[in-house]
Design a protein around this ligand. Structure first.
Ligand code: KIV
Length: 266
């Protein structure tokens, strides 16, 4: 299998084939996600919550994102690696945005970046695209706007809000984004956006009509317990498995069962 590119994302939409994405943040799980044949790995700033134990994604830094993206890139043979631009790495200005986005490609081995926002980041998307940095846009529930939104709430529920999101979807496409992530919006709205855009939509909590789906890996494998959004489907409970194994180890050490002769040198 050859490396997935942004052109493959576009081709999959044209061919009506679903695009699969998951997040990953370090070498071991990135290898597994890649081996499973997932098209795209997002090194999401969600790592702030599921890896660093933070309350929200706002404190995550560019240097931390670069560190994690490097580990993921090293693990991956086929999936496209997309680096997520953290809070304040692109909001303050276009120069900042291009320089920070460029770091994902230049230092961390990513092939594209993702940023949150609609109308307010059109200039950044244009400038990055002009610099040959493929951009995935992200509208709907944008976790970096948690203080403005007053929590992690479904967006685009009123007619006016839905109209605004539809307009913003067109704006980011015209600005040059190669795909659009739709988070926590009604499925009817996601269906309309998906139908009207020529770039692929990737949904998380946006229903089944998007061109592809993404979830946070730790939600999928049962490694994040603090809260489970309605849109998550848990496919495994690795926390339970790990807990069982570690308790087993502790008991065997305490009882003198481990190490046995086969784990010892003569
Ligand atoms: O940071 C992240 O993991 C995201 C999710 C929406 C996939 O942006």
């Amino acid at each position: 299998m050859s490396k997935i590119t942004v052109q493959d994302f576009l081709r999959k939409k044209e061919d009506r084939k679903k695009i699969t994405m998951l997040t990953a943040y370090a070498y071991p799980f990135a290898r597994i996600v890649d081996e499973a044949g997932i098209d795209g790995i997002l090194v999401g700033d969600s790592l702030g919550m599921v890896v660093q134990g933070l309350e929200n994604t706002l404190p995550v830094t560019m240097d931390e994102m670069i560190y994690h993206t490097k580990m993921v890139s090293r693990a991956v043979n086929n999936a496209i690696v997309i680096g997520d631009m953290p809070f304040m790495s692109y909001q303050a200005g276009i120069e900042d945005a291009v320089r920070n986005a460029g770091r994902f490609l230049k230092e961390a081995g990513a092939s594209a970046v993702k940023l949150e926002g609609g109308a307010e980041v059109v200039a950044q998307i244009k400038a990055m695209t002009r610099s040959d940095i493929p951009v995935m846009a992200h509208i709907g529930l944008t976790p970096q706007s948690i203080h403005r939104m007053g929590g992690y709430k479904v967006q685009g529920k009123t007619e006016e809000a839905a109209k605004r999101l539809l307009q913003e979807a067109h704006m980011v496409e015209e600005a040059g984004a190669f795909s659009l992530l739709l988070e926590a919006i009604p499925m009817k709205l996601a269906k309309r956006i998906t139908r009207e855009l020529s770039i692929p939509t990737i949904g998380i909590g946006a229903g089944p009509f998007c061109d592809g789906q993404v979830l946070v890996l730790h939600d999928v494998i049962g490694m994040f317990e603090r809260f489970v959004p309605k849109f998550v489907k848990r496919y495994a409970n690795l926390k339970e498995e790990a807990l069982k194994a570690i308790k087993n180890y502790r008991e065997e050490v305490e009882k003198g069962v481990f190490p046995a002769e086969e784990q010892s040198f003569k």
